[in-house]
Design a protein around this ligand. Structure first.
Ligand code: HEM
Length: 469
C-alpha cells in the first residue's frame, strides 16, 4: 500500500518572465549591477564550501534571485536562479557565453584540451568524437554489466551495522566506468596495467578529500599543468593509462570491441587525423573523473533523502517489488528525477559572458562569470511548490523542464554522460530497493559539503541494511 499523500494542488508551476540575454553598452548602462554579498571574501568561500545550502539560500533571501559573490572563480561570479536567465545562457552563441568548466579545478589534471576544458571549435570537435558511444542505444548495451556490478557489490555488505553508501556507490560506478571506457570487465587481475589504473583512480579520488589536496586544488586553479602533490598523484595515474593505451593500439580485435578507448582509437577527425596518446589520455581521464564520483554521490544523495521520507521510500519499494513493470520503471524514474532536483550533485554551473548581459532588473559587463545555481533554481517555490519536500510524485504527470530541471546543465555543454548516469542510477536504485530493506542511522538530514566541483552528503549517506533478498 502506498503511503503517498493525496495530491490536490499542482506540483509543478511556472516562474514569472524575466528578460535576459546580450544587450549593448548603452542599454547596460541604464540597469544597475546585481547586489553584492557583503561578507569578507574568505568567509564567503568558507561558507560556500562547508554549508553551501544555507549559504546560497541565505543570500537569495537577503538579495533576491540575482546576486554577486566573491571567491569560487576569479572575478567573483554573479549567481542567478531564474529559468529565463538559464535559457539565455544555454541558447547563447558559443563565443558569447563561454563555459566556465575551462577554468575548473580539473583543468590541470585533464589539461586544457579535453572535451570538458576546451572551448570554441576545439570543444565541438572533441564532443563530436565522443558523442556516439554515449548515445542511449550504445548505453543500453552496458545495462547487463551494471546489473552484475551492482549485485556483486551489494552481496558484500554487512547487515545491521552502519555503512556509508557514497564509497559503496563509488565502487559500483568505478567498475562501470572502467568497463565502459577501457573494456575492463569485473575486477582486473593484479599485475596488469588495468589493475594499476583502477587503483590509481581510486587513490586519486580518495586523496582529493584530504585537506592538503584541497589546498593543492587551490594552488592549481588557472594552471594548465599541475604542481605539488597533484603532479605526484598524476604521475602515478599516467603511467598505467599510457600503458593501457599503447597495448590497445596493438590489439587486433579493435573493430569488434565496444569500449570507448577502442572506439576513440578508430575515430578520425574531419581532416582524417587520429587522436594522439596525450589527447586520448586527456579524454579518458576526463570521462573517468567526470563520470564516476558524480554518479556515485548522486545515488548516495537519493538514498539520503529516501530513508528520511517514508512515503517516497514505501512507494518505490512497493512499485519495484510488484508485478507492474511499467509502474516500477515510472516510479524509479520519478524518484531519480526528484533526487536530482532536491540534491543536485553539481550544484552550480557557469558561463563567462563576453558581451554585456541583461539578467532581469540588472546588467553585467562583458567578461563577467555568470553562474546558475542549480540548487536555487530547483528550489523555486513558484516552479516547485513545497520545494524542500522530497516528492517523487511531482513527476507522475510532468516532464522535467529544459531550463527548470538542470542537474546535467544544458546547451552545447550539456553533460555528455547523462544517458550513462541515468542508466546507472536506474539499475542501482531499482536493484537496491528490490533486494534490500534500508533505514537511516541518524534521523537528522546530512549537511551538503563541497568537494572539488561536487556537493556531497557530509557523512557519505550513512544507512543500515536490515535485510537482503
Ligand atoms: C549523476 C551524474 C552526473 C551529473 C549530475 C553530471 C553533471 C554534469 C554537469 C552539470 C555538467 C556541466 C554542464 C554544463 O555546464 O552545462 C557536466 C558535464 C560533463 N559531464 Fe557529467 N554528470 C554526471 C555524470 C557523468 C558521466 C557518467 C560522464 C561520463 C562518463 C560525464 C561526463 C561529462 C562530460 C565529458 C562533461 C563536459 C561536457 C562538455 O563540456 O561538452 N558526466 N556533467
Amino acid at each position: 500500500m502506498s503511503l503517498a499523500p493525496a495530491v490536490t494542488e499542482p506540483l509543478i508551476g511556472i516562474a514569472p518572465p524575466s528578460p535576459a540575454g546580450p544587450i549593448d553598452e548603452a542599454q547596460a548602462a541604464t540597469l544597475p549591477a546585481p547586489p553584492q554579498i557583503d561578507l569578507p571574501r574568505a568567509l564567503q568561500m568558507l561558507r560556500f564550501n562547508q554549508r553551501q545550502i544555507e549559504f546560497v539560500f541565505g543570500a537569495r533571501r537577503r538579495h533576491g534571485e540575482v546576486f554577486r559573490m566573491q571567491g569560487i572563480v576569479p572575478g567573483g561570479p554573479v549567481i542567478t536562479s531564474h529559468p529565463d536567465h538559464v535559457q539565455s545562457l544555454f541558447t547563447a552563441k558559443a563565443d558569447h557565453a563561454v563555459s566556465l568548466t575551462g577554468e575548473s579545478p580539473l583543468r590541470p589534471i585533464v589539461g586544457p584540451n579535453s572535451v570538458l576544458t576546451a572551448i570554441g571549435p576545439r570543444h565541438l570537435r572533441q564532443r563530436k568524437l565522443l558523442l556516439p558511444p554515449f548515445h542511449g542505444e550504445a548505453i543500453a548495451r552496458y545495462e547487463e554489466m551494471i546489473v552484475e556490478a551492482t549485485n556483486r557489490e551489494i552481496d558484500t555488505w554487512a547487515l545491521n551495522s552502519p555503512i556509508a553508501l557514497a564509497p559503496r556507490m563509488q565502487a559500483i560506478t568505478l567498475d562501470v566506468i572502467m568497463a565502459g571506457i577501457f573494456g575492463i570487465d569485473g575486477k582486473p587481475q593484479r599485475g596488469t596495467p588495468e589493475h594499476a589504473l583502477r587503483r590509481a583512480v581510486r587513490g586519486l579520488v580518495q586523496a582529493s578529500t584530504w585537506k592538503s589536496a584541497q589546498l593543492a586544488e587551490l594552488m592549481n586553479i588557472g594552471r594548465d599543468e599541475p604542481v605539488g602533490i597533484t603532479k605526484i598523484g598524476l604521475d602515478i595515474l599516467d603511467r598505467p593509462t599510457y600503458q593501457v593505451i599503447r597495448e590497445r593500439r596493438q590489439a587486433t580485435d579493435l573493430e569488434e570491441r565496444r569500449d570507448i578507448l577502442s572506439l576513440l582509437l578508430q575515430a578520425r577527425t574531419e581532416d582524417g587525423e587520429e587522436l594522439s596518446d596525450r589527447e586520448l589520455r586527456d579524454e579518458l581521464l576526463t570521462l573517468v573523473l567526470a563520470g564516476h564520483e558524480t554518479t556515485a554521490n548522486q545515488l548516495a544523495w537519493i538514498w539520503e533523502r529516501l530513508v528520511r521520507t517514508p512515503a517516497a521510500h514505501d512507494r518505490l519499494r512497493d512499485a519495484v517489488r510488484g508485478e507492474d513493470e511499467a509502474l516500477s520503471a515510472r516510479t524509479v524514474e520519478a524518484t531519480i528525477t526528484e533526487g536530482m532536483r532536491s540534491r543536485p550533485v553539481i550544484p552550480i554551473i557557469g558561463r563567462r559572458v563576453m558581451v554585456p548581459w541583461r539578467l532581469g532588473d540588472f546588467s553585467v559587463p562583458a567578461d563577467t562569470p555568470v553562474t546558475m545555481s542549480i540548487l536555487l533554481i530547483h528550489h523555486r517555490a513558484d516552479v516547485y511548490p513545497d520545494p524542500f519536500a522530497f516528492r517523487p510524485e511531482r513527476w507522475d504527470d510532468n516532464k522535467p523542464g529544459t531550463y527548470t530541471w538542470i542537474p546535467f546543465g544544458g546547451g552545447i555543454r550539456r553533460c555528455l554522460g547523462a544517458a550513462l548516469a541515468m542508466a546507472e542510477q536506474r539499475v542501482v536504485l531499482e536493484t537496491m530497493a528490490r533486494r534490500l530493506d534500508i533505514t537511516y542511522v541518524d534521523a537528522e538530514p546530512e549537511r551538503a559539503v563541497h568537494r572539488n566541483v561536487t556537493m556531497i552528503p557530509s557523512a557519505g549517506a550513512r544507512v543500515i541494511v536490515l535485510n537482503r533478498r
